[in-house]
Design a protein around this ligand. Structure first.
Ligand SMILES: N[C@@H](CCC(=O)N[C@@H](CS)C(=O)NCC(=O)O)C(=O)O
Length: 230
């Protein structure tokens, strides 16, 4: 029998977006409830997720929270092309490779990207942008040498793209729209060609971009940055 799935989400949230990518790619029907993040969470929602964050997943009545755990759970509960289920050294190795890639992207590169966006001065932003490029080149680029076009030589989307896709959409879109220094993306084609090719394949994938609203994300990010500066 098909699982009963409800996703508590907000389409502007990159973490919640991960759950959408997983559900879309696994072709799992689900109901969604949009949580308004501009107001305090209701008692009803806090009973579902005491942290008050999105996403939360209700799966046959069981609540699962934290986007990475939600996506991993869905991939494990519904074995597919996304990632091999465990149980053999080969599968464990493939899972370890995905986990290492995702960890590297967030800790080494995306953290610097974030710093560049939220920098207090142009100089700080430029320094973080240069560090982002350096880390991307050193740490992420080699891990994408066999992308075809997806992680690990895969012709189909993998858990690596499920967990990073919503951030890649933002990474490429924001500087193009005047958010963050242009240097964040200007030299990607020459300095990190593997990453650039992979990232463009990722953002074109319908499971990745189905809830993406560039205009909304750009304008919300501009508002957040302006508030922070004020
Ligand atoms: N570590 C969490 C982060 C989720 C998160 O930060 N969600 C934000 C929206 S993007 C949220 O719910 N914020 C609510 C608030 O801060 O009040 C995850 O991966 O699920």
């Amino acid at each position: 029998m098909a699982a009963t799935i409800k996703l508590y989400t907000n389409h502007g949230c990159p973490w919640a977006h991960r759950a959408h990518i997983a559900l879309n790619e696994l072709k799992l029907p689900f109901e969604e409830e949009i949580i308004d993040l501009s107001v305090p969470r209701t008692q009803e929602y806090l009973a579902i997720n005491p942290r008050g964050l999105v996403p939360s997943l209700s799966y046959n009545g069981q609540i699962i929270t934290e986007s990475g755990i939600v996506a991993q759970f869905l991939a494990d509960a519904h074995p597919s092309h996304l990632v091999p289920t465990g149980g053999t050294p080969e599968a464990a190795l493939a899972r370890a490779r995905v986990n290492f890639f995702v960890d590297t992207f967030f800790t080494k590169a995306n953290s610097q990207y974030h710093k560049a966006l939220f920098a207090k001065t142009d100089e700080e932003a430029e320094a973080a942008s240069q560090e982002f490029l350096k880390q991307l080149e050193k740490e992420v680029e080699p891990l994408l040498s066999d992308a075809a076009p997806y992680f690990g030589g895969s012709k189909t989307l993998t858990l690596a793209e499920v967990l990073t896709g919503s951030f890649i959409l933002r990474l490429l879109a924001l500087p193009k729209n005047g958010v963050g220094p242009e240097s964040l993306i200007k030299d990607l084609p020459t300095r990190t060609p593997n990453f650039y090719k992979w990232a463009n394949a990722v953002i074109e994938h319908p499971s990745v971009n189905s809830i993406w609203n560039e205009e909304n994300v750009v304008s919300k990010t501009k508002t957040i940055l302006a508030k922070q500066k004020a």
